[in-house]
Design a protein around this ligand. Structure first.
Ligand SMILES: [Zn+2]
Length: 390
């Protein structure tokens, strides 16, 4: 196994982080980024090369001073493995990743119930299954879930598990010696997007997720903007349409009434079952989210209307986020993200309504809709803790 990161401090730490995030990098580029002389850089990287944390790779441009190719520095991503697990209300979804969050394996298990001890045992079992596919052991385990997490360990409230004050990190220590970190799922996904995903290279970006709930994450000046209240799903009740449905809190047309997968499914189902609908698709079985979007793609009028209204509302939400936070790009994700493709024109219409006519559209980047994207986020929290220290 290659050497660890913990003893690194100051410039050595920054050198290692630059290489982890952007490597391989030439010594000249590294010296420029970290503000070191070539001599200092050589002195700092020597022990890191000796410990195996860094390696020299071939393929650099020819260095005119010595007449042979330079040897850029890189990390060995496969020298450290991490497991990330996302908990939903009914399953644990896990991935095994390298130090650069490349997914090596994926697996999932249903949760037997919501009892914390049972969930911890399921997480432990899933971790064991994934760890069996690693040849270097685990350097960290990250667990993420919807809810508020304090101290990277204790779940103050877990919305989909009905948890309050559950010491999940402590429960896990009965099962494993691997360092465990617990995080809010949206925070974890934002960090993964920032370090290793669609946010790479953007100093400012916002992330909006649509699925069981509506999530929002923000990175400004290359740092996540995070407070304990980020986990409350604050934009879920942001007003979007003056004539939309009413939510349980009494708002008309807030995000939660238009953009969640449940809202779209129930509105399409109700429209198809409604008076005058001459449909052969109406069944006693509830449609899935994908079936609702498929109906819209096929041009079923009621489904098309519901889906376009949702896309239009999402466009307005993207406009609001862009207007307030001036992002370099907007990243959209979550298990409902297919809406962006299916209702693309309606989304642009909503976006343009609330943007300045002279403004350019922020580049919109889509994440994968699968839960393993969230699990990868949990792994990134473990990677960050490993690399940066707690
Ligand atoms: Zn509301």
């Amino acid at each position: 196994m290659a050497g660890g990161w913990q003893p690194l401090a100051g410039p050595a730490h920054r050198v290692a982080l630059e290489i982890l995030l952007d490597g391989p990098l030439s010594r000249a580029e590294l010296a420029r980024r970290v503000g070191l002389s070539p001599g200092s850089l050589t002195r700092i990287t020597k022990p890191m090369l000796e410990s195996g944390l860094l390696v020299e790779v071939s393929g650099g441009p020819v260095d005119p001073r010595v007449g042979r190719p330079s040897q850029p520095l890189d990390v060995v991503p496969a020298a450290h493995h991490f497991v990330g697990i996302k908990l939903t209300g009914d399953q644990a979804v896990g991935v095994l990743t390298t130090l650069r969050a490349e997914v090596i394996a994926a697996a999932e298990l249903p949760l037997p119930d919501h009892a914390p001890a049972a969930v911890a045992a399921t997480v432990a079992e899933l971790t064991k299954t994934l760890a069996a596919q690693s040849d270097s052991g685990l350097s960290g385990l990250g667990i993420s879930l919807g809810g508020q997490v304090v101290g990277k360990s204790e779940v103050r409230s877990g919305s989909f598990l009905d948890w309050y004050d559950v010491p999940l990190g402590q429960l896990m220590s009965a099962h494993t010696d691997v360092p465990v970190v617990v995080a809010n799922d949206l925070t974890a996904l934002t960090e993964a997007t920032h370090w290793f995903g669609a946010g790479r290279g953007a100093a400012r970006f916002c992330l909006i997720t649509i699925g069981a709930g509506i999530g929002y994450g923000l990175v400004v000046h290359d740092k996540i903007v995070d407070t304990p209240e980020s986990s409350l799903g604050l934009i879920g009740h942001h007003p979007l349409l003056p004539d939309g449905p009413r939510c349980e809190r009494g708002h008309i047309g807030c995000a939660s009434t238009l953009l969640t997968t449940d809202a779209i499914v129930s509105q399409v189902s109700a429209a198809l079952d409604g008076p005058g609908s001459a449909d052969s698709t109406s069944t006693t079985r509830e449609l899935t989210y994908d079936e609702c979007l498929d109906l819209a793609v096929k041009g079923e009028p009621a489904a098309r209307q519901v889906v376009d209204r949702a896309g239009y509302a999402l466009g307005r939400l993207v406009a609001t986020a862009a207007n307030f936070t001036l992002p370099d790009r907007v990243v959209l994700g979550g298990e409902g993200v297919r809406l962006v493709d299916v209702a693309h024109d309606a989304l642009l219409e909503g976006l343009h309504l609330d943007r300045h006519p002279e403004s350019t559209d922020p580049p919109i980047v889509l994440l994968d809709a699968s839960f393993s994207e969230w699990a990868r986020g949990a792994a990134v929290i473990a990677i960050q803790t490993f690399v940066l220290g707690s």
